[in-house]
Ligand binder design. Structure first.
Ligand code: FE
Length: 297
């Protein structure tokens, strides 16, 4: 049975009715390595951009040189936050001590809630070719840091695509764009994670509720950001932190481009971080280290 209703009355013209977000700061990432020696670019979690609350870290890994990625991320612990890994090219296998296992491929992702503790490995499942993807760390509120660990595998077909007026497309992992709702729902930080493809000459307006903190990362090609008359070009590899408003507008800077639009409700809570443990106090960090050493993850 089909339920077909007219949605005209629900359609709002975001660009005319709502306030567009502007860029408050833009940064490029810093080259670093992590795991057993995987080369990557850290975009959030550096002296240039410590955090965008509730986001603690964003890494981009992109290489077709096997020595940059073969070592992978062998067994390591996490506590107190969530991670989302999103793949554009290549394959990684996830295994954890809760019995989850998953193969991440191009266009897929994995949302992991470390909660009170998890030990996992993230290893490349290829010996040559391009590996390209992202890992985002999303903080958990104090009340949920010791929640049970969880894991959700997203295959490419699990991520719905919104076709937008203006010719752009949005792959919606989390949040809502043009009545398309992403599969990651029910989080206290109400995260938005959308991959936007802007064709040459096209544009896209992505709703980002007022009060969310957010950013845009141009990962392929250059894109214009901002409402009509207020645009600024983001070049490939540039991350723009957004000011407040109700949407972000992306438009073509010439050729086709792709960008991530990521936002969430800030937690405004104290952060105590020691590597892969992110808590609120030093005592909780010391407890995390003891619990991990005692095999309680
Ligand atoms: Fe990890």
């Amino acid at each position: 049975m089909t339920q077909s209703t007219t949605t005209t009355s629900n359609v709002t013209n975001a660009t005319s009715a709502s306030v567009g977000r502007a860029i408050t700061k833009s940064v490029r990432g810093m080259a670093t390595s992590d795991g057993a020696g995987v080369k990557l670019t850290r975009l959030i979690g550096t002296p240039l951009l410590r955090r965008v609350d509730p986001f603690l870290m964003l890494d981009e890994f992109r290489s077709d040189e096997p020595q940059d990625y073969l070592a992978g991320f062998p067994d390591h612990p996490h506590r107190g936050f969530e991670t989302f890994t999103y793949m554009l090219a290549g394959k990684f296998r996830h295994r954890d001590n809760k019995g989850h296992e998953g193969l991440l491929g191009a266009g897929g992702g994995q949302w992991m809630t470390a909660g009170r503790g998890i030990v996992h490995s993230e290893m490349p499942e290829q010996e040559e070719g391009l590996v390209w993807g992202f890992q985002l760390w999303i903080n958990l509120p104090a009340a949920e840091k010791m929640t049970a660990a969880g894991y959700r595998d997203l295959q490419p077909e699990d991520i719905p695509i919104a076709e937008l007026p203006g010719g752009a497309t949005a792959r919606v992992v989390a949040g809502r764009v043009a009545n398309v709702v992403g599969p990651i729902e029910g989080k206290t930080t109400a995260p938005i994670f959308v991959e936007v493809g802007v064709p040459a000459g096209g544009e896209a307006t992505i709703p980002v509720p007022r009060g969310h903190e957010g950013f845009v990362y141009a990962f392929e090609g250059n894109v214009r950001l901002g409402d009509i008359g207020k645009e600024r070009v983001l070049t490939r590899g540039e991350l723009a932190v957004l000011g407040d408003g109700e949407h972000v507008r992306l438009s073509s800077a010439g050729d086709a481009a792709r960008a991530l639009v990521i936002a969430g409700k800030p937690l405004n809570e104290p952060i105590a971080q020691h590597g892969p443990f992110v808590m609120n106090t030093t005592e909780q960090i010391q407890q995390a280290i003891r619990d991990f050493q005692n095999g309680e993850f």
